[in-house]
Design a protein around this ligand. Structure first.
Ligand SMILES: O=C(O)c1ccccc1NCC(=O)[C@H](O)[C@H](O)COP(=O)(O)O
Length: 207
C-alpha cells in the first residue's frame, strides 16, 4: 500500500540557519524563492549554500514567478536546485523547456484545473501543486470544494499551518504539503516552534 503520509516542503528559506532548522525538524524539501516580488527573495548563492548544508536527502526547490526561461535556468543552475516550481500563466512550451532540465512543480489555482490541470496530469517530470491565487499569502483553499477535482499525486499549498494541515490532508490526500506564511516569525525568517509543530501535525498519527 502506498505511504499515505505526505511529503513536507517548507518554502521561503533565506538562510543556512533556516535550512538546517527545517531539515532537522523533518522537512523533505526546502523552497528557495527567486521571484523578485517576494518578501522572501533569496540569492542563488545563499540558496546554494543552504542546500549544501542539509545533505543529499532534502530536495531543493527553486521558486519562480513571471521570469523568463533564460533567467529560470541560469538561476536554478547557480543555486544548484533539484527541482523548479513555476507560478503564473505560462505556455506549455515554457513548462516543457524547464522540465527538460529539472523536475517541475507546476503551480495552478483551482480555477486552472479544468484547462491546464488536464494537460499535465500524466506527463512524467511535471507534478501539479494547487495553491491559492496569491502565492505566499497565507490564505487556505476551500478543500471541500476541491474534494472531487483534486488531481491524484498533486501537492497542496495555501494557508497551511500546524492547526489546519491535518484536516487538509484528511480531505484531499495530497502527495505533499507546502507552507510558508504560517511558519515564520516575520517574512523570510522561520519560527522553529511553528516549523516543528507543522511537521508533527503531519507525521503524528491521529488516534
Ligand atoms: O511566498 C512567496 O513570497 C512567493 C512569492 C512569489 C511566488 C511564490 C511564493 N511562494 C511560493 C510557495 O511555495 C508558498 O509556500 C505557497 O504559495 C504557500 O504560501 P502560504 O499560503 O503563505 O503558506
Amino acid at each position: 500500500m502506498p505511504d499515505p503520509t505526505p511529503r513536507i516542503k517548507v518554502c521561503g528559506t533565506t538562510s543556512v540557519h533556516d535550512a538546517v532548522l527545517s531539515a532537522q525538524a523533518g522537512a523533505d524539501a526546502l523552497g528557495f524563492i527567486f521571484a523578485p516580488i517576494s518578501k522572501r527573495l533569496v540569492s542563488p548563492g545563499v540558496a546554494r549554500a543552504a542546500g549544501l548544508s542539509v545533505g543529499p536527502a532534502v530536495a531543493r526547490v527553486g521558486v519562480f514567478l513571471d521570469q523568463g526561461l533564460d533567467e529560470v535556468l541560469r538561476t536554478a543552475e547557480a543555486a544548484r536546485v533539484s527541482a523548479a516550481q513555476l507560478h503564473g500563466p505560462l505556455s506549455e512550451a515554457f513548462v516543457r523547456a524547464v522540465a527538460d532540465f529539472y523536475p517541475v512543480l507546476r503551480v495552478l489555482r483551482p480555477a486552472d484545473l479544468d484547462t491546464e490541470g488536464k494537460l499535465w496530469q500524466d506527463v512524467a517530470g511535471v507534478t501539479l501543486m494547487l495553491d491559492a491565487p496569491q502565492p505566499g499569502g497565507g490564505l487556505p483553499l476551500d478543500w471541500e470544494e476541491l474534494r472531487e477535482t483534486f488531481p491524484p499525486g498533486a501537492w497542496l499549498a495555501g494557508g497551511l499551518g500546524p492547526w489546519n494541515v491535518a484536516e487538509a490532508i484528511r480531505v484531499l490526500r495530497p502527495a505533499a504539503v507546502d507552507a510558508v506564511s504560517h511558519l515564520e516569525s516575520r517574512p523570510g525568517v522561520k519560527d522553529s516552534a511553528k516549523v516543528a509543530a507543522f511537521v508533527a501535525a503531519i507525521r503524528t498519527p491521529s488516534i
